[in-house]
Design a protein around this ligand. Structure first.
Ligand code: DAS
Length: 324
């Protein structure tokens, strides 16, 4: 008997066309239509397809992805051997990281998309769906959490990052390297599964957490505004290895909500014990800030939302950022 793969479509370039509307591509194709565009798939598995959202990925919300988690989990409980999600690439790394914090199944959850829409020559959507299904069907994909399959390359949700506006090879695994590749219709892993910590899926109203980027001449005013607007936490995409200006430091010392210090550089681990000037990582920690370790600002924000939504204490939040 053929295995079963469930495919959930959320929108994105992979399903966008201008044929019906003109004036630029917009979400147009359903999950069923995306599968019909890859006839070869019917040899591999039986499919259950569902269009969950038809959005550009910049409009997806954390709440939407929690819905996706519950849908995917139900699919596995109802016998699916793996799940493939298609979505826009713009926020794909955030969806993947968030779902990876929640995905409590051994079976694979694979996310893919496309950089070229179906109206374009050499659009990559069909190939990416095919490679994702192969990955979802492969037993070696079990217990690897959420995987991103793109351009015949397999990434862990823990490290994946969109690095380019138009390139087919936009997804890279900063700091850690890729998990594997798809070659000659086969899934070939070259790295061990990434370490994971799994949390209960949040429900109800989610905590409001923003990201503020450090910049030359920053005054910390944005941080103050967030507190006035009743945000529940903030991630600072700080200078270098975890540094802010003297003015921002003064504001941070006065903030009552959790402040996570990540880096605006795009790669590398955050410092903990090198610099001691006012505004450095040592003084930020002394004022109660949480250092993000290897997590970039987008990942840090999602982790902080999940931890706050699960009612974790400051000590537990610090411990989690330390070990993840
Ligand atoms: N249209 C954008 C999005 O929905 C880009 C894409 O899918 O690649 O994220």
């Amino acid at each position: 008997m053929k295995p079963t793969i469930s495919v959930g479509a959320l929108g994105g370039t992979i399903c966008m066309s201008a044929k019906n509307s003109g004036g630029g591509v917009k979400p147009s194709f359903s999950a069923e239509q995306l599968l019909e565009a890859v006839p070869k798939l019917s040899n591999l598995a039986n499919f259950r397809a569902k269009t969950l959202f038809a959005l550009a990925s910049g409009s997806l919300k954390v709440e939407n992805l929690i819905e996706v988690y519950h849908w995917a989990k139900k699919e596995v409980e109802n016998g699916a051997d793996g799940v493939v999600i298609t979505q826009g690439t713009d926020s794909l790394e955030e969806s993947a990281f968030l779902l990876n914090l929640l995905w409590d199944e051994q079976k694979p959850l694979v996310i893919t998309g496309a950089m070229r829409n179906p109206d374009q020559i050499s659009s990559d959507g069909a190939g990416n769906i095919y490679a994702s299904v192969l990955t979802a069907l492969d037993k070696n994909s079990h217990n690897r959490g959420v995987l991103v399959v793109f351009n015949n390359t397999i990434h862990s949700a823990r490290w994946v990052h969109k690095s380019n506006t138009f390139a087919l090879e936009t997804f890279v695994s900063i700091n850690a390297g890729i998990q594997g590749v798809i070659a000659e219709d086969e899934v070939k892993y070259i790295n061990l599964a990434s370490k994971r910590v799994i949390f209960k899926a949040p429900s109800g109203v989610l905590p409001k957490v923003s990201i503020v980027t450090s910049y030359m001449g920053e005054c910390g005013c944005e941080l103050k505004l967030l507190e006035d607007a009743k945000f529940n936490g903030v991630v600072v995409a700080s200078f270098g290895a975890g540094h802010v200006s003297i003015d921002s430091m003064k504001v941070i010392e006065s903030l009552k909500f959790p402040v996570v210090i990540s880096s605006r550089t795009g790669s590398g681990v955050i410092a903990k014990k090198t610099y001691g000037y006012y505004g450095s990582e040592i003084t930020l920690q002394e004022s109660g800030c949480i250092m993000s370790g290897w997590l970039n600002p987008l990942q840090s924000r999602l982790l902080l939302i999940v931890l706050l939504a699960n009612g974790k204490s400051k000590a537990e939040i610090l411990e989690t950022f330390d070990k993840i």
